[in-house]
Design a protein around this ligand. Structure first.
Ligand code: IVH
Length: 678
């Protein structure tokens, strides 16, 4: 038996050591599979000898549900908070105050500070007795917190038993429990799929998780931990001279410390560290809301002592807030490029992420409902990096009695057309198409763009001018423009006006795929337009096609087909088409089979790699096959063409090494265009 218990103890020790290597040292020494094997071995031994199971065994992380609420825990040493600095000046004041107070041989030298990220999570106190985790408590009000031992035990990076030796009999470790951004997004995704309300940020998610009564739920939402201090430590232990040294001890005992912690010197060191981390903030795996600086020398810390609330030897330099509260005054509807209706929050202006914000996106109706955001609510607005500000949720505790629920309009607020919703999408859109003024400018710009009518000299600014001057409403109006009219526009010279009229005239001779594409039907891109042209060979046939006939076209699914039907059912769209035809727009007839024979891809072996933006892999493959190519999955000396999208990797390198012709997506599409038009 003693042999067995030694064996068990040894396996436990190995598992703890691997946990430390993985979570604390970030340097795993065995594969996940090997780890699992070791773990299974322990489980089996413990099943065989249940009397040898102890609470600090790695198998005992997930315990039973806590029956009723959380026990109160009075902290042996109070958990203080930190004074804040919001600018470099306030940081300089902090450094100066300390320099003035410290009477030591260090006097004329720059002071050493331990600098580390201020984690945006929850402070906890972990109590180890004889190296075994016996209690974990939240900070609470600093004096009394809550017992969350059952949940903290599920955090894999927190050792149930300290590693190595030399630890004090009683050791209280303090640090932050937090949720990494990837875990947060994964959990929210799962919540959304189940129709549950998402968490507003990783901090709330971590708080909610730590306050679970059932630790098996906590175990499914992996939390992380970094330690940055200590509470009670038994007297016999002699704490090292510096905080940074103590962190090394803690790390050696298996406790995770932040790898970004660093000792910096004097005011310049404080500012450099802040700037360095601000620049990297968005790339970090977890949320931070500032930097914490602590005077590194512990004797000097003791000399400075505390005010009634804070230590004098530490400060938190806060980043500009990325999340603030403000009032949601109204929800307006913005009609986007493709007619999608986006609810936009009108806010009482607030300073967030370094700028003044008075509008923020609410994405769509589903999200408003899921987040339960109501007009009149106090809402949390977030702006991180260069991202568009968004409303992440309502502060329900602040909700006044007279809030209003938001409803999607049934008619487009810009043009009055019916609002339609696609069955499997959260998006509502205006069915007005070219008729809707909000979509009109965009649609006009699309109509003249290179892959559509390709009218040179008609930029967005000029389109704005033409629309404002009421010269152009619909695409067919371009064809009625004359030089005199154009000359009335600001900054329009005669030469440019003449050139423009000529370019418009030249565009009348076009192709059917271009014409279909130019109409700006939702989801009908260049490739789909070509497929439709090839399949129906005439505009009339396309207009009259039924849902079934449309779906028969390669790569046209239900959604695209419905867009087409919807588009051709709107009388104003038909009027525009008629206007264009009356203006003299024309194209050569399409002879379906002619193109394949002299295709440059006929009989060639092609490979696709990287991510394509304009079409799916399947579409590209279908196009190639239609042109007589054979599409292969791997590069060899026999490959004729490699079509490389974004982020192409090893296939591109190999193709280049073999001297194979590489086409970008844009080049490929251009060639397709030429081949399809004969
Ligand atoms: S030291 C007496 N270091 O910030 C000093 N705190 O405003 C104790 N926090 O309650 C705190 N990261 O929740 C310290 N690296 C860090 C921190 C940190 C986050 C939190 C902690 C504390 C609050 C103080």
């Amino acid at each position: 038996m003693s042999n067995i218990s030694e064996q068990i103890a040894q396996i436990r020790q190995q598992i703890e050591a691997h946990n430390q290597a993985y979570y604390v040292l970030d340097n795993p020494r065995i594969s996940d599979a090997q780890y699992d094997l070791l773990y299974r071995q322990l489980v089996e031994l413990e099943q065989q000898y249940p009397s040898l199971i102890i609470p600090s065994s790695p198998t005992q992380r997930v315990g039973a549900k806590v029956a009723s609420g959380f026990q109160e825990v009075r902290h042996a040493v109070p958990m203080l908070s930190l004074d804040n600095a919001f600018s470099d000046e306030e940081l300089a004041d902090f450094n100066q105050r300390i320099e003035q107070r410290i009477q030591s041989s260090l006097e004329k030298k720059a002071l050493a500070y331990a600098a580390e990220p201020k984690m945006d999570g929850l402070a906890v106190n972990l109590r180890y007795e004889q190296g075994v985790l016996v209690q974990a408590a939240t900070r609470g009000d600093g004096e009394v917190g809550e017992d969350v031992t059952h949940n903290v035990r599920t955090i894999r990076s927190i050792p149930l038993k300290l590693q190595g030796d030399g630890w004090p009999d009683i050791l209280e470790v303090r640090g932050e429990v937090f949720m990494s951004k990837p875990v947060f997004h994964k959990i929210n995704q799962a919540h959304l799929e189940k129709g549950d309300k998402p968490f507003v940020n990783p901090r709330n998610a971590a708080a909610g998780t730590l306050r679970q009564l059932d630790p098996s739920i906590t175990a499914q939402r992996p939390l992380s931990f970094f330690c940055y201090g200590w509470g009670q430590v038994s007297d016999e232990f002699s704490i090292p001279a510096d905080y940074s040294e103590m962190l090394v001890y803690l790390k050696r005992w298996g406790l995770p410390t932040n790898p970004l912690a660093k000792v910096v010197f004097g005011q310049p060191g404080l500012v450099d560290y802040y700037q360095d981390l601000s620049a990297r903030r968005d790339q970090l795996d977890y949320e931070i809301d500032g930097i914490v600086y602590k005077l590194d020398n512990l004797e000097a810390q003791a000399q400075l002592g505390f005010t009634s609330k804070f230590p004098r030897w530490a400060i938190a330099r806060k980043f500009p807030a990325q999340e603030v509260w403000t009032k949601l005054v109204a929800i307006d509807i913005q009609v986007g490029r493709t007619g999608a209706l986006t609810p936009v929050a009108r806010l009482e202006p607030v300073f967030v992420g370094g700028v003044m914000v008075s509008n923020a996106t609410l994405h769509n109706l589903d999200e408003i409902q899921r987040k339960d955001v109501r007009i009149g609510d106090t809402v949390i607005v977030r702006r991180a990096g260069d991202v568009i500000p968004e409303v992440v949720g309502a502060v329900v505790s602040q909700r006044p009695a007279d809030t209003q629920l938001f409803e999607m309009p049934t008619h487009c607020p810009e043009c009055g057309s019916d609002v339609v919703k696609e069955a499997d999408k959260a998006v509502y859109s205006c069915s007005g198409g070219l008729f809707c003024p909000a979509q009109r400018k965009r649609a006009l710009a699309h109509f003249v763009s290179r892959k559509a009518m390709d009218i040179q000299g008609l930029g967005e600014k000029l389109i704005d001018q033409l629309v404002s001057a009421d010269l152009v409403k619909h695409p067919d109006d371009f064809y009625a423009l004359n030089v005199d009219e154009l000359l009335n526009l600001e900054r329009m010279a005669i030469k440019s006006a003449q050139k423009l009229v000529a370019a418009i005239e030249a565009s009348k001779q076009t192709t059917l795929p271009r014409f279909i594409y130019s109409l700006g039907i939702p989801e009908v891109g260049e490739v789909t337009a070509k497929q439709l042209a090839k399949h129906f060979t005439s505009l009339e046939a396309l207009q009259q096609a039924s849902l079934e006939q449309l779906i028969a076209v390669p790569d046209v699914g239900d959604i695209v087909a419905q867009h087409l039907i919807q588009f051709f059912a709107q009388p104003h769209n038909l009027a525009v088409i008629e206007g264009l035809l009356n203006a003299g727009m024309h194209w050569p007839d399409i002879e379906p089979q002619a193109v394949v024979i002299d295709s440059m891809f006929a009989g060639k072996i092609c490979v696709l790699t990287g991510s394509l933006q304009q079409m799916t892999r399947e579409q590209a493959k279908a196009e190639l096959e239609q042109l007589g190519a054979k599409v292969s999955g791997s590069i060899s000396a026999k490959t004729d063409f490699l079509i490389a999208g974004d982020k192409a990797g090893s296939k591109l390198t190999k193709a280049q090494a073999l001297g194979i012709t590489v086409l970008t997506e844009a080049e490929f599409i251009e060639i397709l265009g030429e081949q399809a038009h004969g």
